[in-house]
Structure formats: C-alpha cells, structure tokens
Design a protein around this ligand. Sequence first.
Ligand SMILES: Cc1cc2nc3c(=O)[nH]c(=O)nc-3n(C[C@H](O)[C@H](O)[C@H](O)COP(=O)(O)O)c2cc1C
Ligand code: SF4
Length: 451
Amino acid sequence: MARKLLLDKANVPGITSFEVYRREGGYRSVEKALKMAPAEIVEEVKKSGLRGRGGAGFPTGMKWSFIAKPEGVPRHLVVNADESEPGTFKDRYLMEFIPHLLIEGMVVSSFALGSNVSYIYIRGEYAWIPDILEKAIDEAKANGFLGKNILGTGFDCEIYVQRGAGAYICGEETALIESLEGKRGNPRIKPPFPAIKGLWERPTVVNNVETIAAVVPIINEGGEEYAKIGVGKSTGTKLISACGNINKPGVYEIDMTISVEDFIFSDEYCGGIPNGKKLKACIPGGSSVPILPANLLLTTAKGEKRLMNYESLSDGGFATGSMMGSGGFIVLDEDQCVVKNTMTLARFYHHESCGQCSPCREGTGWMERILKKIDSGKGEMKDIDLLWDIQRKIEGNTICPLGDAAAWPVAAAIRHFRDEFEWHVLNPEKCLTENFGLRHYADPIHVPVTA
Ligand SMILES: Cc1cc2nc3c(=O)[nH]c(=O)nc-3n(C[C@H](O)[C@H](O)[C@H](O)COP(=O)(O)O)c2cc1C
Ligand code: SF4
C-alpha cells in the first residue's frame, strides 16, 4: 500500500470539521511555519522538489522565489481551483472531503509569499464546494489559524472564495486573474508574468489546489524527507483521477514509482478493464495531452516499463510518449473509437477558445468540422493531411497554451491511429452503424505509426 500524504485522513468521519481535522494533527504546519522565516519556507519547498500539480509541472519553490517584492506593494496568492480539464477531478475530491488541508496549506504559503489577502478561484460548476470551503475558512478564523494576528504572531491573512462562471479558459492563470478582477477571462500576453504583475498589477503567485495542499506535509516532514518519496524529479505523491473503461474509477494518491500497468490492472487502483475487454489506449494526463496506444502506454520506446511519473510518461517526447499533465487518466477499451473521441475533444476546445488569436479561434473550428466530417463517413483521404496541417499551424502560434492543448490530441490521434482515420474514409457506410467498426484493432493490440 503506497504512502498517502494528502488523502490519508480523507475518510476519517467528520474530517471536514475543524475539530476533527485538528484532533487528527491538522494545522501543525501553521504552528511550525509561523516560527520560521518566509525565505526558509521557500527553501523547504525548493528542497522538496515539488512540481506544480496544475499541468505544467513547474517547480513550485522556484516559482515562489520569482515573486517580486517591491516596497509597500501587496502580494497575493491565488489558488487555481478551476479544474475544467476533461478527465480531471482530483481537486474537487480534495476540497470536498478534506477542505482544511487546502486552507492550512494556504496559510503557510501565504505567509511564505507575504500575501495578506489570498483567493481561491473555483469553477462555477462546483456549486456545492464554496460552502464547504467557506465553512472551513470560518472555523479556521474562529480558532485563530486565519484572520488577524494568526496565533499571536502578528501575521494577518484573509482568504476569499470566488466562483467562476464555467469557462475552461479561466483555468489559464492570466485569464483567471482577469476574471478575478471582474473582467472577461481573456489570457494576457506574457511577459510580464504574474509573479511580477498579476492580480491588480501586484506580484501574484497562482498555484493549483493540490500543489498548495502538498505544502502541508512538506513543512511537517521537511523538504528532504518529502523528496525521498517518488523518483527522479517526480517527488512526493500525486493525485490521479482515473476514469473511462476501468472497473474502479476514482481519485487515487500514488507514489510516482508505480508502473502504468500496475495502476490500470491492480485491485488497489483501477482494477482492470470491465468485461474482460482489452486495453486500447489511454490519455494519461487530462484531455490536452497526447493519447497513447496500449503498447506505448505500458512500455517506453526503449522497452522499459512506463511509470506513472513526469519523466517516464513523457519519455520519447510526443513521438512515442505523452505527459503527466493534470493527472486526469482516461482509459479506452477496445470498443472505443479514437476518431469519435478526438472529435468530442475538438468540439470542447473549439467551444472554449476565447477567440483572441486567429490560429486558435479559427483552427479549433476547422478541426472540429473536419473531424465531424470523417466521423460521419463523409471524409476524404486529403482531410487527414489537412487536419494534420491545421494542428501544426496552431501549435506554438497562440497567446496561451489552449491552442497547443487543442492541437496535441489531434496530432497524437493521427500519429498513432492514422489507419483508423483511413478506415473511416474507406468504410463510409459502416461509420454510423458500427460506431467505429474497428474491433480488429484490439487483437493484436494496435501497433502505432510513429512520426
Ligand atoms: C486552458 C488552460 C486551462 C488551465 N486550467 C487549469 C486548472 O483548471 N487548474 C490549474 O491548476 N491549472 C490550470 N492551468 C494551468 C495554469 O495556467 C497554471 O499553470 C497553474 O495553475 C499553476 O499552478 P501550479 O504551478 O501549481 O501547477 C490551465 C492552463 C491552460 C492553458
Ligand atoms: S490560444 Fe485560444 S484560448 Fe488562448 S488566448 Fe488564443 S484564442 Fe484565446
């Protein structure tokens, strides 16, 4: 059984209340951190090797050390709880079942960053969670762990919860800041980065919910101890939200030394594929990351077992690898149609594009239309090349990474499953009647065409 640092207490009855959380050892990290210098806390986070859990995996301690400290200008911590990436629902679990862990991590992180007013920006569809968080905030305040003069140290900190209105783009940190300021959530051109000019043009750090929660065990146990868990630059534990064709969908806290194969097939985690079906493919890190066919998912191109961590999942680059991303693990069995799945994702990105840059605004729509055409049996061979061409022209040519996030799933689907696209063109009459009509891909497991 892997060690749990975040969810170990999530099943304790009554843990959402301050009383039970405190009895179980909660808020110890605040007592410890407030006796340290802010720079010492940043140092511990650096030593821990913690990488941002929101998707990009940027080292958290380094990000914190970039925050500007102009004299007399307030700084802010903003927690990104927008969590709108299809397949990703780990932050929801954490906030719903162990909300004080986030509040505790925020008090410590706010102290380290010099933020006296911090925010949680939460997606609007998580309609019931702000009440849970606000109750935790009230309880922490009533018990002296939040608000004015925390634990008599002279440190003041307020936390406010702000609901989003249901736009995926508001998870992008600068769009989130715009939205928090009351404007339309359009991403800003960077630089300047938020650490220099963020909320209200003040130095701001935006971190994911899980990242901030992980600060609690880092302070309690020390950065070096935390870094001993995991492997390489994938230290600590990671929350994975697993869904799709698996027997046990849910949120799992893993030690990043476990293999992808064990994660999918062991009873401790996903419990295998229902009805004895074969594994066809997986999108291992939320809908934006490249899909991998089963053989490349379980084994890297070097023939090594692929592990559930940042380095191993991206081994081989996009030719044969993918990304850890946000930890949204979507499993596809042999009956699933990659063309249809890619079309569904393309529709999502087209809908969510903010429209500021033409490659993303126009390109996502074109990709959706062409994928619909192929999926419905009206496609031509040249459409596959056109699709490839369009995604190439979006990637890297936009203000924010939503453009890349829209391009990568299409690129990977064509790269690894081109023959499935061709089958749709060659068998138009079967496209609608047989769902995808490609059961032969499942046995033997599809051998990918690598670009
Ligand atoms: C379109 C888009 C959506 C994003 N959505 C989220 C999100 O829901 N939650 C999140 O933490 N990060 C999201 N990110 C990443 C954030 O911009 C930012 O990198 C992250 O919040 C930083 O936190 P971390 O360093 O703790 O990972 C998104 C990025 C893009 C481009
Ligand atoms: S890439 Fe798309 S979502 Fe991002 S700023 Fe450009 S148009 Fe908006």
